[in-house]
Design a protein around this ligand. Structure first.
Ligand code: KIV
Ligand code: NA
Length: 272
């Protein structure tokens, strides 16, 4: 699909960013990214949950539909949330079809590379829906990985990362997101793979993905080691609302230019 492997072959970096609503989707599309990810990170970033596992398919579909309506140029990739693909290949295909039909997704992203996960990638691909893989740190099953921590820093997890990356390509994925894996381990498989490796805390790879609210400086508190803040949008929003609050309280707002006028006879009639 969409020149993904071609871009990798030509050494073009793929740029992916998350979005969860219409206005930010319009902004990231206009900024020129290649891929917009409706991440299940939205569970935390816009819905306020403490982990991604809480978000439902119906909630993700609302976010995805809003993003779709804001994107006219980039590809829209949607995370299938925890619980929506675990039961069977049939369940996974039904979920993926909902993202395409109800939200207009171009592709879905599915975490993990165990035997069941590979089977899901094959089944969804066979249904004609492009699949992005996601290996290394997989937040939906982070508890089983011992928490939100980098993968591939031990012999065992490094070997697993390499095996998983190759298996995800073999199963038919069109690209693979690699999260929180040492650069030198990513390099071991990135050159072997024909499909692009999109890194997040995984070194340069074939492209990058970040959570919009992290890169724009909206996320409050501590962020992961791999996050770079490219703006202070949270501070800008805070300042705007603070200025509004202060102008309402001091009577500066609304000014004459924000008020409607009425002819004298209309006012007279209203008084009578
Ligand atoms: O949900 C998400 O935002 C993601 C990216 C961080 C890759 O899966
Ligand atoms: Na995700």
């Amino acid at each position: 699909m969409l020149r993904l492997a071609e871009m990798k072959a030509q050494g073009e970096q793929l740029v992916m960013v998350t979005a969860y609503d219409y206005p930010t989707a319009r902004i990231v599309d206009r900024a020129g990214v290649d891929l917009v990810l409706v991440g299940d990170s939205g569970a935390q970033v816009v819905l306020g949950h403490s982990s991604t596992v809480s978000v439902t398919t119906d909630e993700m579909l609302v976010l995805a539909g809003a993003v779709r309506r804001g994107v006219s140029r980039a590809l829209v990739v949607c995370d299938v949330p925890f619980g929506s693909t675990e039961v069977s290949d049939a369940q996974a295909v039904e979920t993926a079809i909902r993202f395409v039909k109800e939200a207009g997704a171009d592709a879905v992203k599915i975490e993990g590379a165990g035997p069941d996960r590979l089977s899901r990638i094959r089944a969804i691909t066979a249904a004609g829906i492009p699949v992005f893989g996601h290996i290394g740190l997989t937040p939906q099953t982070a508890t089983a990985l011992g928490g939100l921590r980098a993968q591939g820093r031990t012999v065992e997890t490094a070997e697993r990362a390499v095996t998983e990356a190759l298996a995800v390509e073999e199963a038919g994925a069109v690209a693979v997101v690699v999260e929180a894996v040492p650069t030198k381990i990513t390099e071991v498989f990135a050159s072997e793979l024909r499909i692009p490796v999109i890194g997040i805390g995984a070194g340069p790879a074939d492209g990058q993905v970040l959570v919009l609210h992290d890169l724009a400086g909206i996320t409050e508190g501590k962020t992961a080691k791999f996050v770079k803040q490219f703006g202070q949008v949270g501070d800008a929003l805070h300042a705007a609302v603070e200025a509004y609050t202060s102008e309402v309280r001091s009577g500066v707002f609304p000014g004459a230019e924000h008020q409607y006028g009425a002819d004298d006879e209309v006012v007279e009639a209203a008084r009578a």
